[in-house]
Design a protein around this ligand. Structure first.
Ligand SMILES: Nc1nc2c(ncn2[C@@H]2O[C@H](COP(=O)(O)OP(=O)(O)OP(=O)(O)O)[C@@H](O)[C@H]2O)c(=O)[nH]1
Ligand SMILES: [Mg+2]
Length: 341
């Protein structure tokens, strides 16, 4: 007897999995007799602890809403199509704010770029991180708190694509800039950052404010380029991952004078990145102001340019281009790609 416990899945009548998975890979679908089911309930597997919280047909999973750890990400990736997006950059580059603004765009509009909000397991964390920037926090400035130093945590967002009629899970890292500070100087540290091997997108934020401050711009450039270079040399950032370069906090750059000098510097930086990585990686550049100060830019400026790629482009699209990534095909588990101390 076959059964499927995925909400809204019509596989038993149509034969088609709602998540577009091959049936024997789908964790919700089982084709077995009732004796087998009884037996399975009593057996523990390596991946799935047989605790009482495990989902069954008549129990709901309850999520804490807090940021996820790697094992929880693994659970999501095993159950449905999941993209991993690593947000990288030095401290204060605007990584966390980018995520909070993306969530805000979904919460305040019926749809965003033809995508509908389809859930999040980390709503509480989004809310807590966004609180200091909200009016009720009574802070005079709209600030995002620093991400604490520690093992990577993840924020989750599921979206429904109106064009393809599919739901996709997006898992974003929320990692302290201090970690990337350590990675930029050390190939050894980069080798431990195996999470990058499984990333669909590696998003490198260059703080446009620092990149256009004469005394800071050289170090801002070297740090950002150094992070990518060290990860590539360590072999943890591979060509199947798409790299997006974001010039973040773009509103602060626009407020500066001497724009011609800054534009020239930014062009040089782009050319340097293209020369070093453009032949092997899919490399794109976007100006973003996730939360501009009042002025000429709208809230979330530039996120619309990058978001559709995060959903629609995947590591699996590029499997056939690179021989050494073949074992990744169909591998939806993240657990083996973590940050090893
Ligand atoms: N003006 C302006 N400020 C921004 C923008 N995006 C972020 N900020 C501010 O920049 C500061 C740093 O942003 P975060 O998102 O915390 O930076 P981060 O990269 O997560 O920093 P770490 O967690 O320390 O690595 C915060 O005070 C934000 O409010 C923006 O688009 N414009
Ligand atoms: Mg942060």
């Amino acid at each position: 007897m076959a059964f499927c416990n995925e909400d809204g899945c019509q596989v038993l009548t149509t034969g088609k999995c709602v998540n577009d998975l091959v049936l024997n890979e789908c964790p919700h679908y089982k084709e077995t007799d009732e004796d087998d089911l009884d037996q399975e309930d009593n057996e523990a597997t390596d991946d799935e602890p047989s605790d009482d919280s495990k989902s069954t047909n008549n129990l709901f999973e309850v999520y804490s809403g807090k940021a996820l750890k790697i094992d929880e990400v693994n659970r999501i990736s095993k159950s449905a199509v999941t993209r991993l997006i690593i947000l990288a950059g030095m401290p204060d580059a605007g990584k966390t704010t980018l995520l909070l603004s993306l969530m805000h765009l979904f919460q305040t509009r019926a749809e965003f770029e033809n995508f509908l909000f389809a859930g999040s397991e980390t709503l509480l964390d989004f809310e807590e991180k966004a609180h200091p920037s909200k009016a009720e926090s009574e802070n005079l400035q709209e600030n995002t708190g620093r991400t604490p130093i520690g093992p990577p945590t993840f924020l989750h967002l599921a979206v429904f694509n109106k064009t393809s009629q599919k739901t996709t899970n997006l898992v974003f890292t929320d990692i302290s800039g201090e970690l990337f500070n350590a990675l930029k100087d050390s190939t050894e540290q980069c080798k431990k950052f195996t999470l990058a091997e499984r990333a669909d997108h590696f998003v490198m934020l260059f703080d446009a404010d620092r990149i256009t401050t004469l005394k800071d711009r050289a170090s801002a450039k070297t740090s950002g380029v150094g992070i990518i270079k060290s990860l590539v040399q360590a072999g943890t950032l591979k060509p199947h991952t798409r790299i997006q370069i974001i010039f973040s906090r773009w509103d602060l750059y626009l407020k500066k004078g001497k724009q011609a000098i800054h534009e020239e510097f930014i062009e040089l930086l782009k050319n340097d990145l293209k020369t070093q990585f453009g032949d092997t990686f899919d490399l794109t550049f976007v100006d973003v102001s996730a939360r501009p100060k009042k002025g000429q830019l709208e809230f979330g400026y530039g996120i619309d340019k990058i978001f559709p790629d995060w959903v629609t482009k995947s590591i699996l699209d590029r499997q056939f281009e690179s021989v050494d990534t073949k074992p990744m095909r169909g591998n939806r588990q993240f657990l083996q790609y973590e940050f090893k101390d």
